[in-house]
Design a protein around this ligand. Structure first.
Ligand SMILES: *Cc1c(COP(=O)(O)O)cnc(C)c1O
Length: 356
């Protein structure tokens, strides 16, 4: 069917963006998105079995007061200083809309979480990526020299896995006047959360998620910690009902009853990450030292290695020309039998590729 109707004009800035698509979901083993490969927390199973369809017809909680109370008691924080969202993506998006005037700039050390630039642009902000110094460290001087209105930091950082150097957050908070976001999506693997500072600072938002250490990415539950005043503004930008009734019920059970399971998962993932990192070094690779549940592997053979892994049913994330890194693979940590398979494919492929 042909039509002469012209579609409405897409808002300025949006035409440069591409809709996000799954990378590795069709693979037998998906190591592309840093989600949990170590099972499901037991409280999630229990809640799912007890959940009744009678809860499908009514709306869920508008602002997830019960989940905020549960998170508040686990974190030792005021629930009024906690904002939930459909994943922490939703919290980041709403915060940019709440505090970012269209045309303002948001600076961040590059490379970092790709969705941040996307949400910034979608909300009319200008993303300002700041490449690392020659020694690979984040360039705080250059970041502050941008004079950007807002700043985004991610620690441990996706995709490098590195944590912020000591004192970096303080320097950014002192030198800026706008919103400072600290993304702690992987903080459970590293420790050293800044939620207590965010609860009182007044310009700092810490974004966290149940998608990684808590193994609930499919349920889409994230949250942010800030002052109650900031939380109220983010809620206005976000809108109500962002977490489904089933997701909220499971999230509450997991954060209150499965702390031990999460600790165990984190310990296993960290042990596998360190073993995998050493094994990669033994093969002659130069992986980044990661404090998260994934490893960034800079390699000029990234495309060939990704293809070889995919032929073996394993999906990983390929990055081309990352600032200060070059081409690289980002590989989610998994149980050792899976990582051993990855190592075998990498070793075989590199030997073939590098043959004179
Ligand atoms: C995975 C991830 C998130 C988002 O997770 P949600 O599933 O939307 O909660 C946020 N930030 C970073 C850096 C991530 O890697």
């Amino acid at each position: 069917m042909t039509t002469s109707v012209r579609p409405p004009i897409v808002r300025r800035g949006l035409e440069a963006l591409r809709a996000y698509r799954d990378v590795g979901h069709e693979a037998a083993i998906d190591l592309s998105d840093n989600t949990c490969r170590f099972g499901v927390p037991p409280a999630a199973e229990n809640v799912l079995r007890a959940f009744t369809t009678g809860r499908f017809a009514p709306y869920p909680s508008a602002a997830n007061d019960a989940l905020r109370t549960a998170l508040g008691s686990v974190l030792g924080l005021d629930p009024e200083g906690i904002v939930t969202g459909c994943g922490s993506d939703d919290v980041l998006d709403a915060a940019l809309r709440a505090f970012g005037e269209p045309g303002q700039r948001i600076a961040f050390p590059a490379p970092t979480f790709v969705m941040l630039g996307h949400f910034a642009t979608a909300n009319g902000l200008v993303p300002v990526p700041v490449p690392p110094r020659a020694d690979g460290a984040i360039d705080l001087d250059a970041l502050l020299a941008t004079g950007a209105d807002h700043v985004y930091l991610c620690s441990p950082n996706n995709p490098t896995g590195e944590t912020l150097p000591a004192g970096a957050l303080e320097r950014v908070l002192e030198a800026t006047t706008g919103l400072v976001i600290l993304d702690e999506a992987y903080i459970e693997f590293a420790g050293g959360s800044e939620v207590a500072r965010a609860a009182t600072h007044g310009r700092l938002l810490v974004a966290r998620t149940l998608s990684k250490a808590h193994a609930l990415a499919g349920l889409r539950v994230g949250y942010g910690i800030a002052t109650p005043t900031m939380v109220n503004a983010i809620e206005r930008a976000r809108g109500p009902y962002r977490v489904s009734a089933l997701s909220e019920a499971i999230a509450i059970a997991v954060v209150t009853r499965d702390a031990e399971w999460v600790r165990e998962h984190v310990a296993q993932a960290n042990a596998m990450r360190d073993r995998f990192t050493s094994a990669l070094r033994s093969l002659g690779f130069a992986p980044r030292s990661s404090a998260a549940n994934f490893v960034l592997l800079p390699t000029r053979d990234a495309l060939a290695l990704e293809r070889a892994l995919r032929e073996d049913g394993i999906a990983v994330r390929v990055f081309r020309e990352l600032p200060g890194v070059g081409d690289a693979l980002r590989i989610t940590v998994a149980p050792w039998d899976v990582l051993a398979r990855v190592l075998a494919v990498l070793e075989r492929t590199v030997r073939r590729e590098r043959r004179p």
